[in-house]
Design a protein around this ligand. Structure first.
Ligand SMILES: C[S@@+](CC[C@H](N)C(=O)[O-])C[C@H]1O[C@@H](n2cnc3c(N)ncnc32)[C@H](O)[C@@H]1O
Length: 313
């Protein structure tokens, strides 16, 4: 069943860090169904927003939702790693803040035809950008046992990655992979349940396929430098992650940018000249409060990190 509703995560915290009530130019790099964007734009008539998403359905929905804000909104169908060219296209120079609300939205997950969820039967698709030619089924049917092992291990942190990859390759010799349910049941039978969480381990394997297919971690690594370059000093970046692989990338990036000189201690003076460019605003990632977790089950894994750009204007 499809549902057009996406409940945005940690809205109060996002607004608290980005401070849109003062007006300014913001990039919503994952505009999705436009819920965070609407909150930012509603905070002040002085807010302008540039929204990016690689999913055409999401972008169409965002365009309808944000229509009333007229010329204050600029929407781009693109990957967020191309953010700088979008900013140049609208003629902006610096921005006051960037929001990255990573992963997939509820309408994407709940639409069986998109193949993102192991809860519904549908084609093994998982493309965020439906113009892409490769689907999750293509990966399962074509990739080598080694590559599938890497995907399940690296992106799903699955200890039995090799066993699953071998079984996947053996099974596809009889019949190609096509449907989410057959793959979910197969993976669950091979892997069983996670002893700690009690969740079927197939959940993480689904996540692994999605991450690999959409090149999600590489996209995230590539967008963080441009974010900092585009933000004016005093402006802020807020990133909401939904699994530890994303959160780790954001954490290390913030730490690295918040650190000054990296010369060995025994150097008499700094030779690297590195200056901090970010001040970390969240020593630990913020999590949704109990009320939000109770209201929105999908908010539970969310981890929010924020940082402020420092340096000469
Ligand atoms: C969690 S949803 C964002 C929901 C949004 N904040 C809202 O309030 O409706 C994440 C969105 O990011 C998009 N997305 C993920 N990776 C992307 C990328 N590399 N470039 C552009 N969009 C991406 C997905 O298509 C999805 O619509």
């Amino acid at each position: 069943m499809t549902s057009p509703v996406h409940v945005p995560v940690m809205v109060a915290e996002v607004l608290g860090f980005l401070r849109p009530e003062r007006g300014g130019r913001f990039i919503d790099a994952t505009v999705g169904f436009g819920a965070h964007a609407e909150a930012l734009l509603s905070a002040s008539p002085g807010v302008e927003l540039l929204g990016i998403d690689r999913d055409d359905q999401a972008l169409d929905a965002a365009a309808v939702r944000l229509e009333r804000f007229g010329a204050r909104v600029h929407l781009f169908r693109n990957v967020y790693s191309q953010m700088t060219s979008c900013v140049r296209e609208v003629g902006w120079d610096r921005v006051d803040g960037v929001l990255l609300d990573l992963g997939v939205s509820s309408p994407q997950l709940d639409d069986a035809r998109r193949g993102f969820s192991l809860r519904f039967d549908g084609p093994l698709d998982m493309r965020m950008d439906r113009a892409g030619r490769i689907t999750a089924a293509t990966l399962l049917n074509r990739e080598s046992e080694e590559e599938l092992t890497r995907i399940f291990r690296e992106y799903g942190e699955e200890p039995q990655a090799r066993r699953l990859a071998r079984a996947v390759v053996r099974r596809r010799r009889e019949r190609p992979w096509e449907r989410t349910r057959e793959f979910a049941e197969f993976a669950a039978a091979v892997l069983g349940r996670d002893r700690r969480s009690g969740l079927p381990r197939a959940t993480r394997v689904f996540q692994a396929l999605r991450i690999a297919l959409n090149n999600e971690l590489q996209e995230l690594r590539e967008v963080l430098d441009p974010c900092v370059e585009l933000i004016r000093p005093g402006g802020r970046i807020v990133a909401i992650s939904f699994h530890s692989l994303e959160d780790r990338i954001v954490k290390h990036f913030f730490r690295n940018r918040a650190r000054g000189c990296t010369c060995p201690e025994w150097f008499p003076e700094c030779r690297c000249g590195k200056k901090p460019t970010l001040k970390i605003l969240t020593r630990r990632p913020l999590r949704p409060g109990p009320a939000e977790e109770a209201r929105n089950r999908r908010a539970r894994p969310a981890r929010l990190r924020a940082a402020e750009k420092i340096g000469p204007a």
